[in-house]
Design a protein around this ligand. Sequence first.
Ligand SMILES: C[S@@+](CC[C@H](N)C(=O)[O-])C[C@H]1O[C@@H](n2cnc3c(N)ncnc32)[C@H](O)[C@@H]1O
Length: 230
Amino acid sequence: MIFLSSVKYFRHKVKKFFSGLLYSLRGKMRAISFHYSPEMVKKTDVHDLPFPVAWEKVADGKPLLIDIGSGHGEVLWFLSNKFYCVGFEIKSRFYRFTFAKLSKKLSAVLYKGDAYKMIPHLFKEKTIQRITVLFPDPWHKKRHQKRRPLTTEWMKSVKKFLKDDGDIIIATDWQDYADFIAIQVDKVSDEYDVSIGEYIPEKFGLPETHYYKKWVRQHRSFTYFHLKKK
Ligand SMILES: C[S@@+](CC[C@H](N)C(=O)[O-])C[C@H]1O[C@@H](n2cnc3c(N)ncnc32)[C@H](O)[C@@H]1O
């Protein structure tokens, strides 16, 4: 019985490995024939983009900002004058609303998908200036906490995509998630200069987002984690 389930598990792992490899290879093939233009990058489905994307061909010299969980898109909307902004949103409703809102902004794109899975495919090493994760879903139920993506492993793995002076800004209103993140960042202090404090958007030149305003109305308090690459 144990033998059979180990075989099944092994087969699943092998299948997953090869389908991942195929997915990545297809993306690399697309890099040969992809015709870059800001409009093309904007309207192409995230799974049909070349891997990695040559963002410098569309960014017009602006530094890259990645916004994970863009929601109503305030970060992309307000910062696209300073950065070339790439947002990810997993929920269809938010995606459709924000995608339409950004239609005329050439320096802001939004993709529907899991940011944590897509970043390693879409970006070259040492190209991202800033990653923002504002009010990530807290996965507050005990049995769901293993789904929290802001782990030490993620922080370590994403470091190579940041520029030498790149950084990550995380903000949460959920104390239990803040405690969880504090444990994670404690284990990456060799790789990042970490600061933690009360989150105020202006401190980082960030706009007040939908969820920030919502939680302000409920008198919640906010914690930020600022990880600056060493
Ligand atoms: C609480 S909302 C915050 C939205 C926005 N950042 C704000 O501050 O108003 C969290 C958002 O992250 C999105 N999200 C959660 N996991 C994601 C993932 N793996 N990739 C992309 N978006 C994700 C959710 O769909 C949701 O819209």
